[in-house]
Design a protein around this ligand. Structure first.
Ligand SMILES: NC(=O)c1ccc[n+]([C@@H]2O[C@H](COP(=O)([O-])OP(=O)(O)OC[C@H]3O[C@@H](n4cnc5c(N)ncnc54)[C@H](OP(=O)(O)O)[C@@H]3O)[C@@H](O)[C@H]2O)c1
Length: 356
């Protein structure tokens, strides 16, 4: 059995280690346990973040490296397994869940209690999506041999979007809410820091989404497009991406009345000229991981512009450029965030606050 392991201190370093089959098979299942084989998983930028935040957010607790791996990969202090969202099938069971059951979600043993609550609390336990999905099937090689293409496609989309869709919803409904009579505005970190109705108000703002083509950014755009432009704003929604042509038809398809435009990264320097005539009272930059230097370029373009330099600017950091970073680079990125006044968004924190 092959196991993909990643160096905890240097995420660039990774390896595939072989778990001795005999040893694995001799390792009997404990009471109330199931053995699950992954069938469909999502690999995206978020997995890079899970590795990067493996210590801080305890992501390494999800799947500690098996003791039976060859040295040095069995050293839990140095090596970890990056978790991924998806579906798995129960292959052995010491519970009432029968082998062949398809599962979605996280298993929440004591050893996983420090994981983010979006992982351990949704759902309260792994959700049984298809009981007896494969009962009676003794061998399975791939999901595509068991479900039709349409169902496989649906499961793939669920696997991709289910974990990150809520980020866009929470950001556009609870951090930037105009309905402060029924909802308390929630600070992007979700903790007890000041975040006033004025902070949450984007009714007279230009909102700019950086790295707008990623899944999380698409969820945010979707929810922005459903806002009531006249009452809630924003007055303009600018999306910056390497592939603006993919984003252009979306507003028309959704029938939004939010004025919007998608542009390529190389036009970022001229963004201020695009905005100036709109007379915004506020500019909100939401960074989903814009490519190297674009956020700095955008800020410079706005600050140096005579008509915009004094406009209140808020920068929300959702993600970093899709990359594997060294410890020094992570430190440098944190310092830059502080210097430019970026506010970190934390889905887990905001979600917990909303539920509370
Ligand atoms: N703070 C939170 O609570 C939270 C929650 C969810 C996700 N996140 C973070 O948000 C970020 C986006 O995650 P995601 O899963 O939505 O991303 P994703 O779908 O994997 O994003 C892919 C996008 O990244 C952009 N990109 C930038 N550099 C690239 C490169 N060199 N090669 C290919 N694509 C590149 C492209 O969009 P463009 O061309 O438009 O740049 C591409 O469409 C991640 O950092 C993730 O960890 C944070």
């Amino acid at each position: 059995m092959e196991v993909h392991v990643v160096s905890k201190s240097k995420n660039q370093v990774n390896a595939v280690a072989t778990l001795d089959r005999l040893e694995y098979e001799q390792h009997g299942l404990a009471a109330s346990s199931v053995r699950v084989q992954p069938l469909l998983i999502t690999l995206c930028s978020n997995n890079l973040s899970y590795a990067r935040g493996g210590d801080l957010l305890h992501g390494w607790d999800t799947y500690p490296v098996p003791a039976g791996l060859p040295k040095p990969y069995n050293d839990r202090k140095s090596w970890g397994i990056v978790p991924a969202w998806g579906y798995g099938v129960v292959t052995e069971s010491m519970t009432q869940i029968s082998p062949g059951t398809l599962l979605w979600g996280a298993e929440i043993s004591e050893s996983r209690q420090r994981l983010m609550t979006i992982i351990t609390a949704t759902p309260k336990k792994a959700k049984i999506e298809y009981p007896d999905f494969m009962s009676g099937i003794k061998t399975w090689t791939s999901l595509s041999s068991l479900v039709d293409a349409k169902e496989l496609k649906r499961m793939s989309w669920v696997s991709l979007f289910r974990p990150t869709w809520q980020t866009g919803y929470l950001l556009s409904h609870h951090t930037f809410t105009s309905d402060t009579t029924s909802r308390s505005p929630i600070h992007p970190l979700g903790i007890d820091l000041p975040w006033t109705p004025a902070d949450a108000d984007i009714s007279a703002a230009v909102v700019i989404s950086l790295s707008a083509a990623g899944k999380t950014a698409r969820a945010f755009a979707y929810h922005m497009f459903w806002r009531n432009a006249a009452k809630e704003g924003p007055i303009w929604f600018l999306q910056i991406s390497q592939t603006p042509e993919l984003l252009e038809s979306v507003p028309r398809i959704l029938g939004t009345d939010i004025p919007t435009k998608a542009v390529r990264y190389d036009l970022v320097g001229g963004s201020a000229e695009l905005i100036e005539g709109l007379d915004p009272k506020r500019i909100v930059l939401v960074d989903f991981g814009g490519r190297a230097g674009t956020l700095a370029q955008l800020i410079e373009s706005i600050k140096s512009h005579s008509a915009l330099g004094e406009v209140q600017t808020t920068i929300i950091h959702v993600g970093s450029e899709q990359n594997v970073y060294s410890a020094d680079e992570i430190k440098g990125n944190c310092q830059t965030m502080q210097t430019v006044g970026e506010v970190q968004f934390n889905t887990c924190g905001v979600r917990d606050a909303v539920i509370e």
